[in-house]
Design a protein around this ligand. Structure first.
Ligand code: H79
Length: 731
């Protein structure tokens, strides 16, 4: 604990204020300093006239929060995955999983009496975990409402419990300094006006009126906003075909008109792309993307707001027998990974029917909270990494206004030039004992002779400075032999200016390319400011090496090494590609040939493409091209295609073999593609230099289970990627 550091931070610029409050853990502290809603801008433009700056204002708290709690709670906590003695699973989807009729499901309300429900405890658990907001299911797909609604009887008021769950939670959140938000399902399995119905729901649809359903839902959403002031409305269940863009837009606009400050997820409209969750182009409503149970790979477009929602075990709602909880290490690293990509993490808890969080969830949230207490500054209010892949972990960062008192734990001096703080999250200590920040151009503050600071551990600044040095284009930090936190030790590095990281140049074609007579190689960098220098003899590029100006024409095999330079100094790592000049396979002479390939079919149980020489085919026929049209009867079989391939021009030809299950491509007896083994549809490529004319072609394929398919494509001089045409096949 470093209380002086936190205390001092309270006097800093607002950007650090959030971090200081994040670090606060006592209830009284949060009461003194509610950071929301008091600080939230309430004068916000309506959706139709919002400027980018106004949008930034509206999104600011949510972007800074980075970490929130999802709560799935409703009648489904009562069966908890078991229906009539059977483990049907499904949790909050149990009505669907066990094909329960609404008339049989809705009486569950008579058993809803969660006497141990303690909203203050829920809010405190969230806050102590470092979560800034909480999204609870006002209504899930089953239609049950967790607040006493004027517009339905299927709500808490019709249960023995009769307490306003959302109201009490809203109050507790306000007291604990947690932002309250609602999840609200568009799909509704029990509402008489909702359509379409589940297949086993035999209530007559006559008289059901979807338009009326939408208007009831709108009334309820208004009721929620007016009564509880949620900061986010998180819609879901938008994928059935009664929900349209027009309805999504109307709902979004209604919400933002009722309270212009509200943030609405993209599932309000129909622009979500599957479980990956980002919004397609096309003018769809929604303020942020919603990847579900997955974290997007790197390379997200910057400026896109998104939030990964994820379960802590495998279910959203409570499910008594689901004990597959993620480890604390996994959860913390997921949070860090998401923050390093500029997203939020909405981590779910499914309370039980008595109103308790599962003990496994409580334990994990407490452990995350201990890490956040020490390292929350590296999450809250940070933005995405400035680096590509870091082999040892992740990076987050925060801007710091100039003149900020940056480092209270040391000597309270003012650092004039510091503009950005990097948080280097070390998951695995590199064997070299060094953190290498390749291509980081900025001057680390530690190297400027402003005091004796190096980098340091965020969780333990007093442990001393870590040596920092520049090595060419890299900044290198020396680590001690063991790191304090085996899950994620956060190293702080302050730098001058906003991070500028120059990646190594791209070389195209890349490593492993082959060519026949001459190859044009392009070496490029996304940064215009740098110059690129290269060598062809395997030596590291220096300022004395050849400078890249246009394409490089090679007539011999070479290993190309290239790097960026700025102000005559190295400015990136080195990229490398070996390219090989090859002799094309000569064409073969054939006196006569007929159109088509010979396809031989085999029965048998195969796990890989068999040695056809040892097998007897069950049939043989001439086919136009490679494909499963030649399959024999039965599920398990193999095919062998043989014939001649007419290559229209001398050069390097790229083949693509896609198959389910395995396959192999041989040309003139040489294995060009090995796509063998049991697998679903898988594409593999291979390249070979061929002379213009005829070449021997052989494709082997087998099918063991599931789908079956095999497709051969090619591209080469003057030929765009396409299926190898029948006109090129003969025998
Ligand atoms: O509330 C939790 C789940 O009950 C709910 N969303 C989380 C936050 C959820 N509902 N359904 N699912 C999760 C999985 C549904 C996936 C599909 Fe689709 C719906 C597959 C096809 C339709 C949406 C549209 C995803 C892919 C296409």
């Amino acid at each position: 604990m470093t209380p002086c550091r936190r205390h001092a931070a309270r006097d800093l610029a607002p950007v650090l204020l959030l971090a200081s409050i994040a670090a606060a853990t006592s209830a009284s502290r949060a009461q003194e300093e509610p950071w929301w809603p008091a600080d939230l801008p309430r004068r916000v433009a309506t959706p139709l006239d919002e400027s980018p700056a106004e949008r930034d204002d509206r999104m600011a708290w949510w972007r800074e929060a980075r970490f929130g709690m999802f709560i799935h709670w409703g009648l489904y906590a009562i069966p908890s995955g078991t229906w009539k003695g059977k483990r049907t699973g499904g949790a909050e989807w149990i009505l669907n999983a066990a094909r329960i009729h609404p008339d049989e499901y809705m009486p569950l309300r008579e058993q809803f009496d969660p006497v141990e429900f303690d909203p203050t405890q829920w809010a405190m658990i969230a806050r102590n975990a470092g979560m800034k907001y909480l999204v609870i299911t006002s209504k899930h797909h089953d239609g049950f409402c967790l607040w006493p609604s004027e517009f339905t009887d299927f709500d808490v008021d019709s249960t023995p419990f009769r307490r306003d769950v959302l109201g009490e939670l809203a109050e507790a959140c306000r007291r604990e300094g947690v932002v309250l938000c609602f999840y609200h399902s568009i799909m509704d399995w029990t509402h008489p006006d909702y359509l379409p119905r589940r297949a086993w729901d035999d209530r007559p649809t006559e008289g059901a009126d979807f338009e009326r359903y939408v208007s009831t839902m709108h009334s309820q959403v208004k009721e929620l906003i007016d009564r509880y002031r949620p900061a986010v409305l998180w819609f879901d269940g938008e994928w059935e075909d009664t929900w349209t863009h027009a309805r999504g837009a109307a709902t979004y606009d209604l919400v933002r008109t009722a309270d212009p400050a509200i943030i609405v997820n993209n599932r309000v409209d129909v622009g979500r792309e599957g479980m990956a969750g980002l919004t397609r182009a096309g003018g769809f409503r929604g303020d942020f993307g919603t990847p579900e149970q997955e974290i997007p790979p790197t390379g997200l477009p910057s400026g896109v707001d998104w939030e990964t929602c994820m379960t802590m075990n495998r279910s959203w709602g409570h499910q008594s027998f689901d004990l597959e909880f993620k480890s604390v290490e996994d959860l913390i690293r997921k949070l860090v990974d998401i923050a390093s990509k500029g997203g939020n993490f909405l981590l779910n808890v499914g309370p039980d029917a008595r109103g308790n969080f599962p003990p496994e969830s409580i334990a994990r949230l407490a452990a995350i909270g201990r890490w956040m207490d020490l390292n929350g500054e590296s999450i809250h209010g940070t933005r995405a990494s400035c680096f590509g892949d870091l082999p040892w972990g992740r990076c987050t960062r925060r801007s710091l206004p100039r003149g900020t008192d940056l480092d209270p734990p040391h000597d309270f001096h003012v650092v004039e030039v510091a503009d950005e703080r990097l948080y280097l999250h070390v998951f695995e200590r590199p064997a070299s004992g060094e953190l290498r920040l390749t291509g980081l151009m900025n001057m680390p503050i530690a190297m400027q002779g402003v005091g004796d600071r190096g980098a340091y551990f965020l969780a333990d600044p007093g442990a001393g400075a870590l040596p920092v040095r520049r090595e060419g284009a890299d900044v290198v930090i020396t680590l001690p032999s063991t790191l304090p936190d085996p899950i994620d030790t956060v190293v702080v590095l302050d730098i001058e200016g906003e991070a500028v990281v120059v990646g190594p140049p791209a070389i195209a074609p890349g490593d492993g390319a082959i060519f026949v007579d001459e190859l044009a190689v392009e070496i490029t960098s996304p940064s215009d400011e740098v110059e690129i220098r290269y060598t062809l003899d395997g030596s590291a590029p220096t300022m004395a090496s050849q400078r890249v100006e246009g394409a490089i024409r090679l007539t011999d095999s070479a290993t190309i090494l290239a790097a960026c330079f700025l102000n005559r100094a190295p400015a990136s790592g080195v990229s490398r590609a070996s390219v090989t000049r090859v002799v094309p396979k000569p064409a073969i002479a054939v006196l006569t040939s007929q159109p088509g390939l010979v396809a031989s079919a085999y029965h048998g149980t195969f796990r890989q493409v068999p040695d056809f020489a040892t097998l007897a085919p069950v049939s043989e026929q001439v086919v136009e091209r490679v494909g499963v049209a030649a399959r024999p009867r039965g599920d398990e079989y193999a095919l062998r295609f043989r014939g001649l391939l007419e290559v229209p021009a001398t050069g390097v030809w790229e083949f693509r073999l896609t198959s389910d299950d395995g396959s192999r491509l041989l040309i003139d007896g040489e294995l060009v593609i090995d796509n063998d083994g049991l697998h679903s549809a898988t594409e593999r490529t291979g390249r070979i230099a061929l002379e213009k004319g005829l070449h021997r072609l052989e494709v082997g394929f087998f099918e063991a289970s599931g789908q079956d398919d095999v497709v051969l494509e090619w591209s080469g001089p003057g030929v765009e990627r396409q299926a190898v045409p029948a006109s090129a096949c003969s025998h």
